[in-house]
Write a protein that binds this ligand. Structure first.
Ligand code: ITT
Length: 186
């Protein structure tokens, strides 16, 4: 089946295409006129994005995701993309600076997927637990991947690479759950 994804993030799109290789996943990226993400939760924002392209296809999907740092009471959270006002590199710099004197490095990635399938809304959440590194390492991935060490590993997601990331990530977990729900509706 064909699925259109509401995202302007090429990296997300690539991961979703890889994990949903059994669907005909189409990304809008450049043509996507992103709505303002005014929600207070990942799922609210994912729903705003999914609704904005609902008219385009029988199945549409949106991903809203981010990093919750325990010592920062859950920030950057829904503000993850715009945390520093700059790019990914600056976001990572700001976060490391804020945690400079903090021993508690616990954090988690959260991903909420919302699909609208023949007007019906379904959602699923995925979480990846881990810790924040003391300096950025690795070249793969995007966003906070260079400073996030998933539980059970001792390298960052950017060092571990996409093959491992796509097996354990918050995005993978959310997609597998929503895949089941989509299949039930088809
Ligand atoms: P769209 O809204 O167009 O999908 P976006 O990048 O703005 O693209 P979000 O609003 O969901 O997406 O913000 C997600 C941010 O959270 C993203 O820019 C990263 O900074 C971070 N993030 C989410 N998933 C991540 C991952 O798998 N690895 C690293 N950082 C991630």
């Amino acid at each position: 089946p064909k699925i259109i994804i509401a995202t302007s993030n090429e990296h997300k799109l690539k991961e979703i295409k890889k994990i949903f290789s059994d669907f005909n996943v189409i990304g809008l990226t450049k043509d996507y006129n992103a709505p303002e993400e005014t929600g207070h939760t990942f799922c609210e924002n994912a729903l705003i994005k999914a609704k904005s392209i609902e008219h385009l296809c029988d199945i549409v999907l949106a991903d809203d995701s981010g990093l919750e740092v325990q010592a920062l009471l859950g920030l950057p959270g829904v503000y993850s993309a715009r945390y520093s006002g700059g790019d990914d590199f600056q976001n990572n710099g700001k976060l490391l600076e804020e945690l400079k004197h903090t021993a508690n490095r616990k954090a988690r990635f959260v991903c909420c997927m919302v699909a609208i399938i023949n007007k019906e809304i379904i959602s699923a959440e995925g979480i990846l637990e881990g810790t924040i590194a003391f300096e950025p390492k690795g070249e793969n991935g995007f966003g906070y991947d260079p400073i996030f060490i998933p539980s059970g590993f001792n390298q960052t997601l950017a060092e571990l690479g996409s093959e491992i990331k796509n097996k354990i990530s918050h995005r993978k977990k959310a997609l597998e759950q929503i895949r089941k729900k989509i299949m039930e509706k088809l």
